[in-house]
Design a binder for this molecule. Sequence first.
Ligand code: HAM
Length: 410
Amino acid sequence: MLQRPRGTRDFLPEEMEARRTLEGTFRDRARRWGYREIATPEFEHLELFTLRSGEGIVEEMYTFEDKGGRKLALRPEITASVLRMYVNEARVIPKPLRWFYFADCFRYERPQKGRYRQFWQFGAELIGADGPRADAEVILLAHDLLAAAGARFEIRVGHLAPVTSLLRDLDPADRKRVMVFLDKHDATGLGAFLAEKGLVDLPDRLQALRGIRDLSELWEIIGDIPEKARIQEMIGLLDAEGIRYSLDFGIARGLDYYTGMVFEGFGENLGAENQILGGGAYRLAHLFGGDDVASVGFAIGFDRVMVSLGERPAAQGLRVAVLATEDGRARAFTVARAFRDAGVTAVLDLSERSISAQLSHAAKSAEFAVILGKREAEAGTVTLKDLRTGEQREVPLPDAVKEVKRSDAR
Ligand code: HAM
């Protein structure tokens, strides 16, 4: 028996319906903030991601050569594509641009609960806005989406400037190594690496950035930095909105393009892979031949939110089963169409079983049965049976449709 590739999933109708419901919630909320949906290609030139996405992600990429010898990659994330698209298509559109996407990404990772090789992100990018209000808007939007989904989550907000100021004496390559240790929460590796460099007090100071409760503690550790006012104003805006979040100035992010504010979200019931959100302020457009536009955005790990929410059957509309004897069969499609045109799901019984066998099957999946027999065919009527109460009446088709609709509204 052939199996699907490792790290991929099939979705049965129940799960697909629940996914569509969550997608709908995210789309609806994002639109209320003035964000509009975009889409980019599933594969891109490999270079788009090697330019600035960070080594981790590059090692995890699905890359291939096409028949023309071009090096391509399945997208491991969407932000680089969105900024490429901005440079290609949208430089002349007045900024800021507020865009969102719901799209699948591919990463060659070791699969486990909440970690897949094909997974979906719901993300938003605010392009061409810079400053504490832009940072705050994006954090508040992410919070709004997750809250609207009914998720239980914790948001951690940080900024790269404090870590960068502590690492100012390291050369860029070493700084990058430190950021990788921080992102992986590898305190042992970090300690050993910095000890080798003779920087023995640095690990403790970096560690202290994680546990900060309010900003005054941060300034005590790092002193004044140019970003101080911006950080204070952003945090003030979050506090004014009353959202729950914690400070974490040890957030390093796995991707290389961040330049300022960074934030992450963590969900419940997820085990080790509990990060459901990542984002921050970044610059990418200039690498792709565009202007050096400031942007800020995030992506929610859609599949992790699904796991975190657990089993939630999607609301089903009413269903009508259209049952017929041999004499009634010719009308079945026409009768079903009348219900469908009125917005009701109508499903034909395609078997040639007796009406009582058709009824017992219908009772498992529908609220109403419409029975088409010889008598109904002659009288131009249908028999409408409410499968929940057992009541049934022979009525003209338009009356049956009305009655089902009335019951739907109740
Ligand atoms: P990221 O943190 O690499 O950021 O991914 C965002 C989210 O995607 C993660 O927090 C996680 O929930 C989910 N995710 C990542 N890998 C997997 C996987 N293998 N299986 C399931 N879910 C996964 C980005 O991709 C940035 N582009 C976010 C961003 C947008 N920054 C600015 N704008």
